[in-house]
Write a protein of this length. Structure first.
Length: 64
């Protein structure tokens, strides 16, 4: 299967309609990637908060 690799800076050289579609696809891909990365970061933040909360709780029980 052949792959088409396009440098976003080179889209000006493509015919108008094709360039618009390529830029739109690249923008959508970048937006989806950013959203995915943010949800992964949020998930890690939540897990870290749970772990830290559990450690604090365990420490207070041991000291208590």
């Amino acid at each position: 299967m052949d792959q088409l690799v396009i440098n976003p800076r080179q889209t000006e050289e493509l015919p108008g309609a094709v360039a618009r579609r390529v830029r739109c696809a690249l923008r959508s891909y970048c937006d989806a990637l950013a959203t995915r990365n943010q949800s992964v970061a949020d998930s890690l933040d939540e897990k870290a908060a749970v772990v830290l909360g559990n450690e604090r709780g365990a420490t207070s029980v041991l000291r208590g």
